[in-house]
Design a binder for this molecule. Sequence first.
Ligand code: ANZ
Ligand code: ZN
Ligand code: ZN
Length: 850
Amino acid sequence: MSEQILDENGGKTATTIETSAEQGGAQRYAPAEIEPRWQAVWDADETLYAAEPHDSGKPKYYCLEMLPYPSGQLHIGHVRNYAIGDALARFMWMRGHNVLHPMGWDAFGLPAENAALKNHVPPREWTLSNIAAMRKQFQRLGMSFDWSSEVTTCLPDYYRWNQWFFLKMFEAGLAYRKKSKVNWCPKCCTVLANEQVINGRCWRHEDTLVEQRDLTQWFLRITKYADQLLDGLDKLEGWPEKVRTMQRNWIGRSEGTFVDFNVVASGETVKVFTTRVDTIYGATSVQLAPEHPVAKAFAATNPELAAQIEEMLAQQKAAREAGDIGAIEKHGVATGRFAVNPFNGEQVPVWVANYILADYGTGAIMSVPAHDERDFEFASKYGLPIRRSIAPAGATEEPALPYTGEAEAVLIDSGEWTGMACLEAQEKMAAFAKASEFGTPTVTYRLKDWGVSRQRYWGTPIPMVYCTSGKCDPEQPQPAPENSLPILLPEQIAITQEGGSPLGRVPEFVNTTCPTCGGTARRETDTMDTFVDSSWYFYRYTDSKNTTAPFDSEKVAYWFPIDQYIGGVEHAILHLIYSRFWTKVMRDLGLIVNDEPAERLFTQGMVIKDGAKMSKSRGNVISPDLMIERYGADATRMYALFAAPPDRDLEWQEEGVAGISRFLSRVYTLVRRAPAAGEGGEPGDAARRLQRKTHQTIAKITWDFDGRWHFNTTIAAIMQLVNEAYLVEAEVASTSPEIWGETMRVLVQLIAPFAPYLAAELWQQVGDGGVVFRSPWPVANEEMAKEDEIEVPVQVNGKLVTVVRLAAGSDEAAIKEAAVADEKVTGRVVGKTVVKVIVVQGKLVNLVVK
Ligand code: ANZ
Ligand code: ZN
Ligand code: ZN
């Protein structure tokens, strides 16, 4: 749809602007001249986009876009992301708000180390020079960032607070060390969080399978906040439903029951996790994950079983490596042992099965083939008994199996519980299990604690110390004293691809003194996951130069929550769940009062080229620099907003940017061409129409900003206003200079959020001598915006014949009368009878004629 509008307004009519008639002798639109000139003015003025103090008395507006990783170059997707935020920030300034619109750099991470390996540039140097280059690009784009609050996460003035938070979390029992199976990327040479493993592969290396290793690692206890993170989602009405659903699924809260099955003639107990304890009379086996300790115990005396478990594990590994762990065929083996169902005393066989996950629930289940899809498949394959234990209430026929209904079902053949509704039975049977001491109601989560240790150099050193003097327990990590922060990353370091943390090879870093005994000690050499950096950076923006605290709580109380956060949906889980967690921890530490970081979240669509995601390997990457060089920053930005609604994918087409550039040229010519002073007098029809259009456009655009951000239609509306102005220019500019002047002034203000350079340039001519971005946003005059005529299409037998014009507010009778009397209508009706005249809500008339 937007393409069509572009053609109408930017394309076809654009040819006319090349004619000397429209150019009218005025200078041509030259973004290459205008833009750098204004950029120099803006760059020199530190106060232009700076937020005012938190006690300025104005309503605040915190407009935030996700901070980029300083790879060295902005890509076109960035341009889109930041063009959205920039338009919003400028709009809010013009609406009289105190706006915080900051920018920073997510500057730690592996690419800097890879670059160091490849080009022998130290990570710090590489990163800082990339930042400088990208800051220039942002400035060239004319982004209204408050550079006085810039945050760079790889600098000690920032990362010292990561360390400080870590110590606070350690103190609060939220940071702990444990040995566990962890995800290891052989390419990154480091551990990954669960959130960083996608389909068994590294999030940074789509082609690299993640391995499992046993390592001692630092974890943050995000699971302690699982319920709060989940419940909070209900209140985040300003977040996309899609993101909330993804987070709900990631947290994966599941209410159920633990039930103990004692193994016959053995001291072992198998604890199963079930969400359907109401079906337990239908359990016909117990199934263990191949990794389950009880399975291992059985295997110790059963070499055949041991071999089969080994095979299962190998198969799983192979499937994981082939990337289709989900497609693996269900496969199991009987252990020869039996376990007792504590509800009915029945003995059921114990199996080991490859579809039982080791790290979910207890790694063991009771299998109810009659009422569970997977169990049904498994039991059918191995001929295990299938026994019904629930049925639809009052049903006369048996439902097909597996029958999973719970809302409408009752228990059958379930001893004393028979006849009870499933949902009630779930609660009562769990309580009974607890009272009988063979089970307990429980809640399980998919969410696991956040593994934050990384065996890499370019990250925040974890501020922990291990005593080596022999006087303290060497395994007991000790927090580094707060006054020793920041624990600095050593600058001169050889980056290699070897295993283990590179910091471990720097004695000046490793060797320290024990905070307890004063003897020799060794520093922790792991660094923090870079998602720690981005978990709280937006708080730091409010007080980025603070040297005594991460921020001033009062400032945060003023600015938070973020009014609008804008970024890519790829962060729906990782960053957006970690930063919600961090917010809750900071709140519990008494640092902030808000429960959630951001009131509203917007996730923009991707920019694609020729139907595919842009990537270097496809060779379809669009360089913003090239676009700016050819069409200017204004046209590039405006196109990014115009070519598609911001939440949809955008197919980048250079002709479209050219079209926008022609449109801006039309605006330039129109506003620049100072009309010949006319004699004035009563405004005529054309002037009234232009005035109406102007106020309608103001109303639409204001509504768009407050509402749905359909910037494509917003910009199309401005295009229509420009078209209308061109049509009546000769008449209105001379006879109604006031109305003409108002239209030009409003036009410049309306384009200011989208094409700031051109707006600044033209404001010199039509403005009040101030800065256009601080001029009050125009207010639509309802009276003026009101249509004084309505247009009603008239049909005869459903076919459009004409459109009649009437005074606004005409009633049905008047509409009917005008329709019937219209020449075109009477011409059609001649010699026939009008059977009926239907007026549809005053918007359409249809004559039924025979
Ligand atoms: C018996 C049963 C009967 C089950 C029935 C379901 C339906 P969610 O909702 O995802 O939490 N389960 C438990 N632990 C498992 C594991 N480690 N690997 C594979 N499956 C596991 O799912 C919980 C259900 O998934 C549990 O309830 C269990 O099967 C299975 F008609 O127990 B149920
Ligand atoms: Zn990797
Ligand atoms: Zn010691």
